[in-house]
Design a binder for this molecule. Structure first.
Ligand code: NAD
Length: 296
């Protein structure tokens, strides 16, 4: 039976490290890292994420502002807010919560964020820096995956890693980080032929496809480390609960069977998802230090 990689203590440790670093920046440099989160509309999952980002950044001693804009916000108004935050010296990190309402065009909004404040790592500049192996602001969930892998395995050098998913937010940056850690990396996706066989090659299998419980036990090499990034809402199997419209969250991995084969595995919920906000705070501290030319 696999070792369970519990996200809670790892995320708490990171949150504590960030808080200590914020205290040090305040004491030694008079610098308070500041995070601005922008939420447009009423998406219920986004509301929860945004609240947590605000609360955790305050708890770490940071300056934190949340801009809640109405659903009908125009592209121009959103771009104007981003420009204002780019120019605000108290703000070092800008996060526009995705997805945006359908009438807004995401690309130009992301492109408008100053790359130095792009704590979600979504601008082309940061993606390019990451792909070039240069210091970049890196998407938060991929950073969280790497911290969990290092905690579990120590050195990743020479290991075979397979990432299922090639999104700009998750799959691609995870693959880049694994490459930087000297893994031999394969990126699989919806067009990959014989995906189970590709996955079976992996010492490290990262599932980020957004497909509930797709990865089965017989896709996993015995003893492999499995990182499940998926967050999928599905109806309960119990017909009574399902009929009541109740849903539960499952990952991209069929956890119960996979845990019998894997060496270590992240649960969903309670795994990667807990790391994302702590990594956002870490990125905000990194951004503040770089903007102010503080080393380390
Ligand atoms: P996405 O839809 O943008 O990308 C999914 C990727 O998976 C695509 O590249 C696609 O090619 C691939 N894919 C889809 N179906 C596939 C299949 N059947 N076989 C192989 N590959 C397939 O999603 P995303 O934004 O990358 O997110 C992936 C998952 O991670 C989602 O479940 C999302 O909710 C979750 N997520 C979790 C966190 C977190 O904090 N833990 C953060 C972001 C996303």
């Amino acid at each position: 039976e696999a070792r369970i990689i519990d996200g809670r203590p790892i995320a708490e440790q990171l949150q504590a490290q960030v808080a200590a670093e914020v205290a040090q920046l305040k004491a030694e440099h008079g610098l308070t890292p500041g995070l601005a989160v922008v939420l447009v509309g009423e998406d219920p999952a986004s509301q929860i994420y945004v609240r947590s980002k605000g609360e955790k950044s305050l708890a770490a001693g940071m300056h934190s502002v949340t801009h809640r804009l109405p659903e009908q916000t125009t592209q121009e108004a959103l771009l104007a807010l981003v420009a204002e935050l780019n120019a605000d010296p108290a703000i070092h990190g800008i996060l526009v919560q995705l997805p945006l309402p359908k009438h807004l065009d995401q690309g130009p909004v992301i492109a408008a964020i100053d790359p130095a404040k792009d704590v979600d790592g979504l601008t082309t500049i940061n993606a390019g820096l990451l792909a070039s192996g240069l210091p970049a602001l890196t998407p938060c969930t991929p950073l969280g995956c790497m911290i969990m892998l290092r905690e579990t395995l120590g050195s990743l050098s020479g290991l075979r890693a397979v990432v299922v998913g090639r999104s700009v937010l998750v799959g691609r940056p995870i693959a880049q980080l694994l490459l930087q850690a000297d893994c031999t990396v394969t990126i699989a996706h919806s067009r990959t032929k014989d995906l189970p066989a590709v996955c079976r090659e992996a010492d490290i299998l990262v599932a980020a496809a957004g497909q509930p419980q797709m990865v089965k036990a017989d896709w996993i090499k015995a003893g492999a480390t499995v990182i499940d990034v998926g967050i999928n809402r599905v109806p309960f199997r119990d017909p009574v609960k399902a009929a009541a419209g109740k849903t539960k969250v499952v990952g991209d991995v069929d956890y119960k069977s996979a845990a019998k084969v894997a060496g270590a595995i992240t649960p969903v919920p309670g795994g990667v998802g807990l790391m994302t906000v702590a990594c956002l705070l870490k990125n905000t501290v990194t951004a503040a230090k770089r903007i102010h030319g503080i080393e380390g």
